[in-house]
Design a binder for this molecule. Structure first.
Ligand SMILES: O=C(O)CC1=CCC(=O)O1
Length: 248
């Protein structure tokens, strides 16, 4: 699988991978790049079906998405990296920590869905809707979940990113999310984990993230106040110091 990625920071610095949300590209990490790339080789990638990565026909599985990242590490000849992921990207991080523990140095999982298999129908319905009508059919609702109404920045670039997402890639990743259950392997994770959730996340409610902290050995939990789902984008002033402290 050919994954698109953008690398910034010193070529010989420790590598940090950045995994994005459903419907987003690596460009969503712009608010983190300056802070992280002073100390790290930052590799922000597009999941399969997203951005400039390949778009094979779906459905995809979390094994596909996680396996793609292992393949990317192999291609980059990186033995071990830290990983920061949000939303679907956070789920991929939890998968990597369970299935490729020797490749993950430290993990930050932000607002990660972990047991959507318990209620798969909304994701199956969303996949069908996007295959039939395109990502424009879900763009307004998505922006409403990603940001609180008082977030004043221009959201057009984010809307454009969603509209540009290949419909098949978006739908196929919804199907991966619909079958997701990462709970059984949490107790076996050995990498140091920082979990981040927010008080107003309607996509992946905090009640589904907080309990993960007592399942993952030694995990640290942070709850960001007055923030919705795409907290890396809306609150870099809060998130970036948390990332730097955990990755150090
Ligand atoms: O679009 C959403 O609802 C937010 C979301 C949940 C999982 C993911 O990757 O994005």
């Amino acid at each position: 699988m050919r994954l698109n990625y953008e690398a910034t920071g010193p070529a010989d610095a420790p590598v940090v991978l950045l995994g994005s949300s459903l419907g987003a590209t690596q460009a969503m990490w712009a608010p983190q790049l300056d802070a992280l790339s002073k100390r790290y080789r930052v590799v922000a990638f597009d999941h399969r079906g997203h951005g400039k990565s390949e778009v094979p026909p779906g459905p995809y599985t979390i094994d596909d998405l996680g396996g793609d990242v292992v393949e990317l590490l192999d291609t980059l000849e990186v033995e071990q990296a830290s990983y920061v992921g949000i939303s679907l990207g956070g789920s991929v991080g939890l998968w990597l920590a369970q299935h490729a523990p020797e490749r993950i140095h430290r993990l930050v999982a932000i607002c990660p869905p972990s047991n959507t298999a318990a209620n798969p129908q909304p994701w199956i319905d969303r996949a069908a809707q996007v295959r039939a009508e395109g990502t424009q059919a879900v763009a307004d609702a998505t922006l409403g979940r990603w940001f609180l109404p008082d977030f004043e920045e221009d959201l057009e670039p984010v809307r454009r990113m969603l509209l540009d997402c290949p419909d098949e890639g978006y739908a196929a990743c919804c199907e991966a999310i619909s079958a997701l259950n990462l709970l059984p392997g949490l107790k076996d994770i050995t990498a140091p984990v920082l979990l981040i959730t927010t008080d107003s996340d309607q996509s992946v409610p905090p009640e589904t993230v907080v309990p993960l902290a007592s399942e993952i050995p030694g995990a640290h939990l942070e709850i960001v106040e007055k923030a919705a789902h795409l907290v890396t984008y809306s609150h870099p002033d809060v998130i970036n110091p948390l990332l730097l402290a955990h990755l150090a």
